[in-house]
Write a protein that binds this ligand. Sequence first.
Ligand SMILES: [Zn+2]
Length: 110
Amino acid sequence: MYCPQCGKEYASGSNFCCQCGASLGATVRSQRKLTRSRRDEKIAGVCGGVAEYLEVDSTLIRLIWLAAALLVGWGVIAYLIAWIAIPQEPETQPATAEPSSARPAPASNS
Ligand SMILES: [Zn+2]
């Protein structure tokens, strides 16, 4: 690897350039946290959260998970474990909106 500032070559274990002090951590990525999704939620948001974490389609995760549940039998238990173990995604919107449980009933049922 090379220093992005001064171009000095380093072995791939170095974190900082000793010449200019630039960070060589090119592989450092922003830490993603595995959370249960609020936006992509069918039961508990586990599949949606996993899909967001892996950056894949959540439908794919659900299909794999369902297939595993049906074929192998551990999918349901794994889902329950994930439900308990994975924290829910923090709410992004302020809690000023009306609670979702108090949805207004349709005025007319025609
Ligand atoms: Zn440097």
